[in-house]
Design a protein around this ligand. Structure first.
Ligand code: HEC
Length: 158
C-alpha cells in the first residue's frame, strides 16, 4: 500500500473515532459535517486514484450508441438511488450516509474515465454505492461510465 494512502487511512480511522466520541452517534439522519465529508473525500479519492491506474477505456466516450446502451443499464441498475436522470437522487439515495451524489456535479465529474469505471465496478465500501463487477460485464460497466460522463452537460430534472 502506498505510503500516502496508509497515512490517509490512519487519519480517517482516527477522525472517525474522535467523531464518534464527540457525537456518540451512528445515526444516518444528520447531514454529514464538512470536516467529515472532506476527510472521507480525500481518502476515497486518493484510493480510487491509486486503484484505477490499471483500468483502460475501450471505445470513444462520445459514441452515442454506447451512451444510449449505458442509459438503459443505468435505469435498471442505478436509477433507484441516483434518480432516473442520474442528477436527482431518490429519497432512498438522499437517506444514505454518505448521501448519493448528483452524478453531473463537478465533484463527480472531476473523476477521470478509469476512475469512474473503477467506482462502478468495485463500489465504495462503507457507503451505499454497490460494486457491479459480479453482475455486469466490463463492457456494460464502460457503457454506464460513458452515460455518467455524458451527464456533465445535462440540466437537473427539477
Ligand atoms: C443502492 C444505492 C446505489 C445504487 C444502486 C448505485 N449507487 Fe452510485 N452511489 C451511491 C452512493 C450512496 C454514493 C456516494 C458514495 C460516496 O460518497 O462515497 C454513490 C456514488 C457514485 C459515484 C461517485 C463516486 C465518487 O467517488 O464521487 C458514481 C460515479 C456512481 N455512484 C455511479 C453509479 C452507477 C453508474 C450505478 C449503476 C451501475 C450506481 N452508482 C448505482 C449509491 C448507489
Amino acid at each position: 500500500m502506498p505510503r500516502f494512502f496508509s497515512g490517509a487511512v490512519a487519519i480517517a480511522i482516527l477522525a472517525a473515532i474522535v467523531y464518534w466520541i464527540v457525537t456518540r452517534s451512528i445515526s444516518a439522519l444528520p447531514e454529514p459535517g464538512p470536516l467529515e465529508t472532506r476527510i472521507f473525500a480525500i481518502v476515497r479519492n486518493g484510493y480510487i486514484h491509486e486503484a484505477a491506474v490499471h483500468s483502460y477505456s475501450k471505445a470513444p466516450l462520445d459514441d452515442p450508441a454506447e451512451i444510449s446502451a449505458g442509459q438503459g443499464l443505468f435505469s435498471m441498475a442505478c436509477a433507484s438511488c441516483h434518480g432516473s436522470d442520474g442528477r436527482s437522487p431518490t429519497n432512498i439515495g438522499k437517506a444514505m450516509y454518505p448521501r448519493c451524489p448528483d452524478l453531473g456535479s463537478p465533484e463527480v465529474q472531476r473523476l477521470s474515465n478509469p476512475e469512474l469505471f473503477w467506482v462502478v465496478k468495485n463500489g465504495i465500501r462503507f457507503s451505499g454505492m454497490p460494486g457491479f463487477g459480479n453482475t455486469l460485464s466490463d463492457d456494460e460497466i464502460w457503457q454506464a461510465t460513458y452515460y455518467v460522463r455524458s451527464l456533465r452537460t445535462t440540466a437537473k430534472q427539477k
